[in-house]
Every structure is written in structure tokens, then in C-alpha cells.
Design a protein around this ligand. Structure first.
Ligand code: CP
Ligand code: NVA
Length: 302
């Protein structure tokens, strides 16, 4: 039987996504109670990183250990991938030795090819197009603070990048309204917008996008691989900084999220980032719990 992969939020059903979110909340409570839970004993996760990472690497590695398994870090610098071994061959070999693979890479097509040739589940740990693991953590964080997100309004401000695209998929799957405020020329993927139907609105004015919203989300202006565009993007995105003024337009109980790493004074003011409505530290911690739930799901239930 072909393995179940997690390359996009659309690879799971809405029920499965909700199941993982609730399981993540339960696994967090178990961890905090000091309960030992090792359903993945002797299981091995290979983590292939072609880009930098703090949260994704540490959360997968710690999570796998806590579940009784083992995780190994691989980078192109010290594997044959960096010397031109095809991704298809790498997929066949890795999946003959390990139980599950996580990849962080540039083009989404690379992870699709790896998944096609892998005999074990493949998890997307970020591509230029999508960052679905982050959305599991974001949705867990929302659920913990405010309950189910269905019918709520979320505002994404900034670049129509992998985070914005993933929010569109989340709106589609979990049935919330998403307003994206992006500068012209930096919109998210039009095909994902069409697939999400009337759940997604594209706006240019961040103020309009924040009125009576429940959650404001932003991300860096220049993603990994776009470092050369940093200066130019700083000018274009300047009106899109999430400030207290924008947050004040939102509902009284609105929250602020950012996948991190954040640049205070660029996409978010320090006042918002470190303010009372920011749940960014819960959000970061939840990468651990949400991915443990995902690993358990992919290795024991699918
Ligand atoms: N949010 C996130 O994926 O962080 P890292 O780049 O540190 O993994
Ligand atoms: N959009 C950012 C997310 C980092 C977690 C990037 O791709 O660099």
C-alpha cells in the first residue's frame, strides 16, 4: 500500500486535521504531567534540511526522542545529495532504512519527487510553496486559546509566501474566513485561492483587513532564498508592518501569531510581538506537540 504523506494540509481530511490538533493538546498535557509515552520505540526519522532551521529541527528531533524513537539530521553539505545524487535514488535508499522522512527544501517539486519514490511517509518541513507543519501548531494554539476556528476571521498581512499559502489551505480545510493583505505583485498562489472559494479575500489595505478580525498573522518579508531582495522588499512592505494601531482595529479578544523567526521593526513592531495579544511562544512550543501527533498519526494510524 502506498504510504500516506503530509506535503500539504490538503493531504489530510478536515476530520483528520482536527483529530491531530486535539491529539496534540492531549500529548502536551501528558508531557507536562511527566508521563512517559513511547509508541514509536525503534522507529527512525530521517530529517533532510536544505535550508536553516531552529524550531523545525529541534521539535522533530525532541519529539521523536520523547515518543521513544530516534531522529537523524542530514544536510546536503555532508550527504551525497549535495554532490548530485538524484533525489529519487536518495528516496529509495533512505526509505529502505528509516520509517519516516522529513524534508525542508526549496522547490516543492523536489519533495513531491521524493515522496513519489519513498516507500515510507514523507513530511513537508517547509518548501518555497508551503509550510503545513507550522499550520498544525498555529491551529493547535488557536484551539487552546479560543476553541474551534470554524467560522472565525483570520487576517494574514505581508508576503503571499509559503505561510500565506498554507493559511489559505487551512481556511479551505477548517472552514474559516481568511483576509490576505499583500502588496500588489506579492499575492499568494492564485490556484490555492480559487480552490478555497469564497473563504479567501485578497486586499491591499492592511487596515481594512484588520477590522473586526479574530487573529492577525504575519511572516518575514524576505523568506529563505530571497536574501538578495531584502532591501527592495523592506521598501515595498513598509506599510504592511503589524503595529498596535492595526491590532486595535481587530476584535477585543484578537490574537497575534508569527511562525518565527521574527524581525521586530520590520514585519511586526516590538510592541505587538511582545505584547499581551501575542501567542508566539505557545505557537513555537506547539510545533513539538503538533508534530508528535502527526508522527504518531502517520506511523501508527494511516
Ligand atoms: N517556524 C519555523 O519553521 O522555524 P524554523 O525555521 O526555525 O524551523
Ligand atoms: N516564509 C519563511 C518561513 C520561515 C519559517 C521562509 O520560508 O523563510
Amino acid at each position: 500500500m502506498a504510504p500516506r504523506h503530509f506535503l500539504s494540509l490538503l493531504d489530510l481530511t478536515p476530520d483528520e486535521l482536527r483529530q491531530i490538533i486535539h491529539r496534540a493538546i492531549k500529548l502536551k498535557a501528558m508531557q507536562q504531567a511527566g508521563e512517559i509515552f513511547e509508541p514509536l520505540k525503534n522507529k527512525v526519522l530521517a530529517m533532510l534540511f536544505e535550508k536553516s532551521s531552529t524550531r523545525t529541527r529541534v521539535s522533530f528531533e525532541a519529539g521523536m526522542s520523547q515518543l521513544g524513537g530516534h531522529a537523524m539530521f542530514l544536510s546536503p553539505r555532508d550527504t551525497q545529495l549535495g554532490r548530485g545524487e538524484p533525489i529519487e535514488d536518495t528516496a529509495r535508499v533512505l526509505s529502505s532504512m528509516v520509517d519516516i522522512i522529513m524534508v525542508r527544501t526549496f522547490e516543492h517539486e523536489t519533495i513531491e519527487r521524493l515522496a513519489e519514490y519513498s516507500s515510507v511517509p514523507v513530511i513537508n518541513g517547509l518548501t518555497d510553496w508551503l509550510h503545513p507543519c507550522q499550520l498544525l501548531a498555529d491551529m493547535q494554539t488557536w484551539t487552546e486559546h479560543r476553541g474551534d476556528i470554524q467560522g472565525r476571521t483570520v487576517t494574514y498581512i505581508g508576503d503571499g509566501n509559503n505561510m500565506c499559502n498554507s493559511y489559505i489551505n487551512a481556511a479551505n480545510q477548517l472552514d474559516f474566513n481568511l483576509r490576505c493583505a499583500c502588496p500588489e505583485g506579492y499575492d499568494p498562489d492564485p490556484e490555492l485561492i480559487i480552490a478555497a472559494g469564497d473563504k479567501v479575500t485578497i486586499l491591499r489595505d492592511p487596515r481594512e483587513a484588520c477590522i473586526n478580525t479574530d487573529l492577525i498573522v504575519t511572516d518575514v518579508w524576505a523568506s529563505m532564498g530571497q536574501e538578495d531582495e531584502q532591501k527592495q522588499r523592506e521598501k515595498i512592505f513598509a506599510p504592511y508592518q503589524v503595529t498596535q494601531e492595526l491590532l486595535d482595529l481587530a476584535n477585543d479578544d484578537a490574537l497575534f501569531m508569527h511562525c518565527l523567526p521574527a524581525h521586530r521593526g520590520e514585519e511586526v513592531s516590538a510592541e505587538v510581538m511582545d505584547g499581551p495579544k501575542s501567542v508566539v511562544w505557545d505557537e513555537a512550543e506547539n510545533r513539538l506537540h503538533a508534530q508528535k501527533a502527526l508522527l504518531e498519526f502517520l506511523l501508527t494510524q494511516s
